[in-house]
Write a protein that binds this ligand. Structure first.
Ligand code: NAD
Ligand code: UDP
Ligand code: UDP
Length: 319
């Protein structure tokens, strides 16, 4: 394997031009790693990594992970996959391919190189859960044939592949189950609830509450999430996860809407729209394992994170 001339690692981030991936690239470059960002720009954009362009430790490659990739790296963060329901349901077959073929290719790459590989999995593997809060030992309640299945089952299959490459080829794997995360660089039109509510509030448009708004989510600020991913990658080789990463403070969608209205000073009205099919009723991570194994817990409150995110969308809408 080709080694860097200094001590810093060569790191591949797939989906590196997306929301989470771009923040991860920022942190890796800042600490001196040599970063290769691979992205097909399906939902990500060059704007998200514009601040890194021209940096000697940063490189972008346009590539679709459903095709083989031959590069030389020591660590792989596999984030490539559209994450918002609107985007992953737009081309569901491609979504499954990205999770499954993408995982096979990145695991094949890791196997050839002896590289350590981390999978960005999701709380969606728990589906609409009967166990609350969700613990890693819970197997989930996922509809295999619904409109969310391309994402949920794709991510579940990717987890299976990661653990089979571990058992069969002794690969160093890490599986992080990410719960709802928000922050600057979310796509303004990706339909996720935090970006929708903020953009609607800032534009004075109606705030769209799906269903009665009593369903819950637990929102993690992006900086906390990236810190957890970095720590997870550096855990001892025998620690594979899966491990929940998220903020355990739970809110209803009505509570979220009210917070956004207060923090933006908007007078938008709340309106009801139909609840999408298979929308999980509640979601809250049990993060005991992350606390113990990675000495990690989120630091940013929803109010503080929303203030940063609102400032970002204000700047975006102004241009
Ligand atoms: P995002 O859509 O902003 O980023 C995904 C990135 O992957 C984009 O840049 C996109 O262009 C790229 N991509 C998609 N298909 C690809 C392909 N076939 N080949 C190469 N690149 C491809 O989403 P995000 O919120 O940054 O999510 C990143 C990862 O984290 C995803 O795997 C997602 O499933 C996972 N995740 C995110 C959340 C969250 O709340 N943000 C929650 C759970 C899991
Ligand atoms: N692969 C890749 N880059 C590599 C090595 C492998 O993209 O550096 C892909 C290759 O397309 C292969 C897949 O990873 O189909 C799985 O590789 P593995 O070695 O596990 O299995 P193979 O299919 O080669 O027997
Ligand atoms: N939601 C909503 N209004 C919106 C967008 C989403 O009420 O404009 C709800 C959605 O039905 C779900 C929750 O907010 O119950 C979180 O949705 P999101 O798409 O952000 O993430 P996920 O459902 O994948 O957790």
């Amino acid at each position: 394997m080709q080694k860097s001339f200094d001590d810093h690692r060569k790191v591949l981030v797939t989906g590196g031009a997306g929301f989470l991936g771009s923040h991860l690239c920022d942190r890796l470059v800042a600490r001196g790693d040599d970063v290769l960002c691979v992205d097909n720009f399906y939902t990500g954009s060059k704007d998200n990594v514009a601040q890194l362009m021209g940096h000697k430790k940063f490189e972008v490659m346009r590539h679709d992970v459903t095709f083989p990739l031959y590069v030389e790296v020591e660590r792989i963060f596999n984030l490539a996959c559209p994450a918002s329901p609107v985007h992953y349901q737009y081309d569901p077959v491609q979504t499954t391919k990205t999770s499954v073929h993408g995982a096979i290719n990145m695991l094949g790459l890791a196997k050839r190189l002896g590289a350590r590989i981390l999978q960005a999995s999701t709380s969606e593997v728990y589906g609409d859960p009967e166990i609350h809060p969700q613990v890693e030992t819970y197997w989930g309640r996922v509809n295999p044939i619904g409109i969310r299945s391309c994402y949920d089952e794709g991510k579940r299959c990717a987890e299976t592949l990661f653990f089979d490459y571990r058992r069969q080829h002794d690969l160093e794997i890490k599986v992080a189950r990410i719960f709802n995360t928000y922050g600057p660089r979310m796509h303004p039109h990706d339909g996720r609830v935090v970006s929708n509510f903020i953009v609607q509030a800032l534009k004075g448009e109606d705030i769209t509450i799906y269903g009665d708004g009593s369903q819950t989510r637990s929102f993690c600020y992006v900086d906390d999430l990236v810190e957890a991913m970095l720590r997870m990658m550096d855990t001892p080789a025998d620690f594979t996860g899966p491990v929940n990463i998220g903020n355990p403070t739970e809110f209803t969608m009505i509570e979220l809407a009210e917070k956004v209205l207060r923090l933006t000073g908007s007078s938008s009205r709340l309106i009801r729209q139909p609840l999408p099919q298979d929308d999980p009723r509640q979601r809250q991570p049990d993060i005991s394992l992350a606390r113990k194994a990675m000495d990690w817990s989120p630091k940013v409150s929803l109010d503080d994170g929303l203030v940063e995110t609102i400032a970002y969308f204000k700047r975006l809408l102004a241009t």
